[in-house]
Design a protein around this ligand. Sequence first.
Ligand SMILES: [Zn+2]
Ligand SMILES: [Zn+2]
Ligand SMILES: [Zn+2]
Length: 591
Amino acid sequence: MLEEGTRITMANGQSMNISEIKRGVSVLCSDGSITTVEHISKDVQTTYQILQKTKHRANEGEAGKVDPLRKTVYHRLGFRCTLAHELGLRTASKPILENSFKRNTYKVKWKNLEEMLTFDGRIICIPKTHHKDFSMSFEGRLQATRFMEEKEKEYGVFLEFKIQVRDLDLLEAQIRSNSFLRFNPVLTGNGVLSEYLTGQKHLISPSVLSMAWLLGLWLGDGTTKEPEISVDSLDTGLMEGLIERCRMWGIYPSYKDEQVPLRAKHVKLYFGSEAGENRRTRHLRKNNPFWNTVLNLKFKREMDGEKQVPVFMWSEDLKVREAFLAGLIDSDGYVIKRKEGPDAYKVAVQTIYPSIMNAIVHISRSLGIAVTITTRSARSEMIEGRKVNCHFTYDCTIAGRTPLQNVLSNCRSGHKMRSRPQSVSRDPIYFGFTEEKRGQNTVYSLRTDSGKPILLDNKLAVHACGDHCIEEQAKFTTTKCLKYCIACPRKGVRYFYRDWSGKNRLCGRCYGRYKFSGYRCLSCSYVPEAREVRIAKRRGEELRVASDGTTIGGLICGRCNGILKFDEIRGPRKVIESLSTPLGLVPVVES
Ligand SMILES: [Zn+2]
Ligand SMILES: [Zn+2]
Ligand SMILES: [Zn+2]
């Protein structure tokens, strides 16, 4: 069952709180088909938070502490469900070959799905790792390779399996951390823009797409007072594209230069090529089809005149979403080269508007493109010798292959436009996740006609409910070998290392930092980032009274104001060795 507040994508692309969904309505499945809700029921049960693993560090480091706005990780994928709700997961199962030097053999590891009996007597089917040894000889190698090919043919390179949240602990640690949930692109759309412009839904004409692009461009670089967009005059591609695409709507972009021409031109989007009868000037706002769209479809918020992206845009027709996102990229985006191959792209879009950030996230994901949000605090910066006050900014990073290239092919700005890919593969995007207990909450079960996975508002594919998750179920296992980092709130089963005392554990990230810098806090055990060490060094050394009453000096922990200890030699065993070594002769450990 899913927790109250979970938003489900309906057949028409809009989203709805699960508590409002009634029997008989249609919802969208992850494969794009539509299914009817057959049964809905309500209960109070223990729920778990399923959350995407990310590299965000909003809650550690200084970011979240200095600026409370930065504590939030925006648009992290996840949902909340009961213990017995089923997750649809995938894990890689390509057989691998290892050299086992200890036993002098080649070891082939492979995975398959196997039935197992749970403590409460259910039979479940989950992936298991197996291995087989081959002699370390030419012949052994051949046999091993042949064996791998056989296993690959038998089980494929991916295993798809269903598992209840309470059974996740039964997975092997390596399989647990390599099991992925997925989100799906949405290929259908509501056709609102086309209906408004042409009177007909889903009419994907060049003029409709031009309008979508123009709206994106204006949201990025336009003024809210009138139809005006600032364009870099050196970007001839963009200027030409603007003129060409406006022409379809009878709009004529033009600008007047100042006495000293500026590089950024304030281009006004006039309606009509010349002034009408009895008029000295052309229409700017009146009758202007672009400005009418902005106002009537509420791209300008009524209450305060701020820019916004109306929610219908999130679930527009696919091509309209692409053109709109291209407009946003043409104005505020920056295309970064990626090393992963010629078809891998990464685009950074900066915006100060939460509404635009939300739209970028929803639209990117709906196109099958991964997106993450990081933030920057309000600050003042020197730009070309002038002091500029910058607002709190959202940095949206979108990364993908052909789906993103297809978006960029709609761009016109010289360094953002890319050629259209020969074909676009819109596959689901897979991600790792953690699960955490939340306590008792109101939950709803949702059963559908087809029983296929359904789509949440955030495009995550989740299973509909079954008999197994209607009632509260007990959990009999605890996570095996769950380890806690002594320096940060992280916990997990893999990638944990011994700390300086040898008694506790450090997570991979803290361990890496400690190995590199050697600093750790004596009172809160925090391992500062390199940047935090620099700040502490700038502040200088101070004296503190330790818990045993002695006075110690050193750099100050930015987190708890305690003393940062510097270990010239890192790690537990070596610390003991160094005590017996005369000072000054301490061997340096390479990091
Ligand atoms: Zn359920
Ligand atoms: Zn840590
Ligand atoms: Zn501290």
